[in-house]
Design a binder for this molecule. Structure first.
Ligand SMILES: Cc1cc2nc3c(=O)[nH]c(=O)nc-3n(C[C@H](O)[C@H](O)[C@H](O)COP(=O)(O)O)c2cc1C
Length: 327
């Protein structure tokens, strides 16, 4: 049986078990469409589509649709601390359903309300998890699969290795997708051989022609080694994987003492998280297209180790698929 024939490809009706993960601020319509069109599946990040790339949400989904008729997905980031944000996310979900999206990747929080809305119309929900306890919570909410975010991932990495994490959740009875550390075709094939139903990639797809990140940011990914990836608390208040630039070296990676104290406090932590979220949304947007790294954060995971050239996103998907067919 082909390594490409997995519960993920069968359920979603796609050819390659390769997800271009949601990326704030890097997900733009051209990138999402290119991955889907080549046989994988691109995930829309709603804030990236609207706030960073300037689309009305529905128009943005239609811009993707004009580029491909194949399935796409949407990220529902469940951030409980802001009611206004949650309301907005609910509206985005309704529009996405109206526009025919049937695959949802939930992150953080309790995904039950997403499942309750999506499953009755034949939709599929996979939940991002970093440990077994979050997987159990997601499954109690009815999710259909898990995305296991490991310690090599870009964005907010988890504490466990790809092997450890699969061993922890394999017996839960749903397909598990590997997220983190996959930069080349060999790593993709290795994840499928390990028993994963697919892979979710972020960093590899930033270094593509279709991603609207600055040439300097893409080049920094190509040039970086695994040792250049550090976790900083200074952007979102929790560890975020970024490339160590002179700026990151200068300001350090720990949150300031006052911020740390406020993040710990029972009453202040929600306020502080919201403050961080708002500031990081602005900061990361600015960093995406800026050519200079003088005050910017370039997010990337340890998969930089396997990324040696900027390529078309479709070429990446096809190369990975060919390696899986051969292996
Ligand atoms: C720049 C960047 C932004 C990300 N933003 C999000 C996000 O908004 N929501 C989310 O669920 N995951 C986000 N992620 C995680 C990715 O979807 C994916 O799981 C991760 O990048 C996989 O690790 P890799 O970068 O080693 O391939 C982000 C990752 C990166 C690199």
């Amino acid at each position: 049986m082909s390594l490409l024939d997995t519960p993920l490809t069968r359920r979603l009706g796609i050819e390659v078990p390769l997800i271009c993960g949601a990326m704030y601020p890097c997900s733009n319509p051209e990138l999402v469409a290119a991955v889907s069109d080549a046989g994988g599946i691109g995930i829309v990040q709603p804030l990236s589509l609207t706030y960073v790339h300037g689309y009305d949400f529905r128009d943005g989904l239609r811009a993707i649709r004009r580029r491909t008729a194949k399935p796409i997905g949407m990220n529902v980031l469940i951030e409980q601390s802001s009611q206004a944000y949650l309301e907005r996310m609910r509206r985005f979900l309704e529009i996405a359903l109206e526009e025919g999206i049937r695959f949802y990747v939930t992150s953080l929080g309790n995904p039950r309300w997403v499942v309750e809305r999506v499953a009755p119309v034949g939709g599929v929900v996979y939940h991002d998890v970093t440990e077994r306890k979050w997987a159990e919570k997601g499954l109690a909410g009815g999710v259909h699969g898990l995305i296991a975010v490991n310690d090599r991932a870009g964005g907010h990495a988890g504490p466990k290795s790809a092997e450890q994490l699969l061993a922890e959740v394999a017996d839960l009875g749903v397909p598990v997708v590997c997220a983190g550390g996959i930069g080349d075709a060999a790593a993709f094939v290795a994840a499928l051989r390990l028993g994963y139903a697919g892979a979710q990639l972020g960093t590899r797809f930033i270094a593509t022609d279709e991603c609207r990140a600055s040439p300097e940011y893409k080049q920094a990914i190509v040039a970086a080694t695994e040792q250049d990836i550090v976790l900083t608390e200074r952007v979102t208040g929790v560890p975020l994987a970024v490339i160590r630039t002179p700026y990151v070296e200068r300001v350090g990676t720990r949150a300031g003492p006052i911020a740390r104290w406020l993040l710990r406090g029972r009453r202040t932590k929600h306020f502080m998280r919201t403050a961080y979220a708002l500031r990081s949304i602005w900061k990361l947007k600015r960093s995406l297209m800026n050519g200079s790294s003088s005050k910017d954060y370039w997010q990337a995971g340890k998969s930089v180790a396997g990324i040696h050239a900027i390529a078309a996103a479709g070429t990446v998907v096809r190369e990975f698929a060919a390696a899986a067919r051969a292996g």
